[in-house]
Design a protein around this ligand. Structure first.
Ligand SMILES: [Zn+2]
Length: 166
């Protein structure tokens, strides 16, 4: 296998694992990298274009179906030994088209969402949405954070993880 790029996280060598240079894996930390040549500007353009057609670009705007989201919420409640999320504030980070947000609301949670591209879509559907974590009030109390099908869309996911935990 031909080594082309360095890992954006630990700067070690990567190797192709599938489809030439489309999918790379870091030899050190095993970070999987898709489309290493895309930069933030390219991604921004891609997602803005996708959100211009949210119902025809569902792979980019919301791959999690409503049924799947309800199953995730049921599993989450079960694993927490809870029957509902009444009185709990939960953040849906990278909420996409809101399937998880709606399923959490059905289970009683007050849901806040962070979704930079689907901000208007979610707001129009009644979800309190912020464009970024930095837009949320600093004193916002949360009982939980969910993030589905998001990490693979982030350029530097370790930075998002840090900003969420502050
Ligand atoms: Zn690495």
């Amino acid at each position: 296998m031909k080594i082309k790029k360095t890992c954006p996280f630990c700067h070690s060598a990567t190797e192709s694992i599938w489809r030439g240079q489309l999918f790379l894996e870091c030899r050190n930390c095993h970070l999987l990298i898709r489309n290493a040549d895309l930069n933030k500007t390219d991604l921004d353009r891609l997602y803005r274009n996708s959100w211009a057609h949210p119902f025809s670009e569902i792979d980019e705007t919301g791959g999690t179906t409503d049924r799947l989201a309800r199953n995730y919420v049921a599993q989450l409640l079960s694993s927490l030994g809870q029957k509902h999320f009444e009185g709990k504030v939960v953040l849906d980070y990278g909420a996409g088209r809101g399937s998880m947000s709606f399923a959490l609301q059905e289970a009683g949670a007050k849901v806040l969402a962070v979704e930079p591209y689907g901000y208007e879509f979610l707001s129009d559907h009644g979800i309190q949405t912020y464009k970024s974590i930095a837009d949320m009030p600093l004193d916002q109390h949360l009982e939980g954070i969910v993030s589905l099908d998001v990490i693979e869309h982030l350029v530097e996911p370790w930075k998002d993880r840090k900003s969420i935990s502050k």
